[in-house]
Every structure is written in structure tokens, then in C-alpha cells.
Design a protein around this ligand. Sequence first.
Ligand code: FES
Length: 170
Amino acid sequence: MAEYDDLDDTGRRDFLLKVTTVVTGAGAVAASIPFVASMNPSAELLAKANTEVDLSDIPVGGMHTVAWQGKPIFILHRTPESIKAMEATNGGLKPEQDSDRVKKPEWLVVIGVCTHMGCVPNKEGPGWTCHCHGSQYDDSGRVLRGPAPNNLEVPPYRFIADNKIMIGQA
Ligand code: FES
């Protein structure tokens, strides 16, 4: 390289430093593109971020469990008697209005993970029982007996049709 040969020692050192900086910078940019791209959620991941559920198969009094973001979601089709009972009380340990926990009285949608240590409660009669340590929840997902400290969490969801919900979108 003629230009390089014409330089004295100081000039050569500066030249090599500039070349190294340019090459290193280009490498860093090239290396960061896949890294940044990997931070964008894939279409598959986005699909799992939202779960569409057709409610028409769930009979009155029945419950379905679906997966959303790796968590079980309990969808309970409440009976008129259950709705009446849930609306008549604020729950137990963590009082909350039933109407603040549902979008339509006949449908309860909650994350099926016990708020104590994360076990999956069982549907037993009215409400749920967590057999890990004995916590109990009512048909609004409100904790009646600990050690669970909180009510079952209501995930973000919305009705996209009369009998269809999209979990993951408020
Ligand atoms: S994890 Fe449910 S009571 Fe402990």
C-alpha cells in the first residue's frame, strides 16, 4: 500500500489505529444487528401473547382452562345462583366487588395460579381450593382463606364477540 509505505512510524501508528477503529466499529455494528433483531418479539411469541377463546362450548356451571403466556387461565361460566351469591358479598381476606372482577356477570376469567406460592388451585364445588397449603377462593376468585395473600389475578382480556374473548388485550 503506497500511502502506508510513505508514512513515518508515527503516521503508520495513526493509520493503523484508524483502520482498527473503523473495522472494529463495523464489526460491532454488524454484530449488533442480529442481537437487536433478536430483541424484537417473533410472530410466534406475539401470537402467544394473545389467546382467543370461544366461550360457546362452555356450559353454564362449567369451566375451561386455557393457556396464556404459559399460565393457566380459568374461565368459569357462572350460574345465576353463583352470580347472585358473588354479588352479595365482597369476598373475604381481600374485599373486592364482584362487578370489578368481571366484564359480564356470567363469565369469570382469572389466572389459575394461587397467590401464595404459585400452585394451581382445584375447582371444587363453589370456588377453588389450593391443596398445597389449603387456601380457598370463591367463584369470583377472591381469597376466602389463606395463606394466599391475594385474590386470583384477573388477566387483561376483552370481548371481541358475544361469545369470544381475547386474553392479553384489555
Ligand atoms: S400455594 Fe396455594 S396455598 Fe400455598
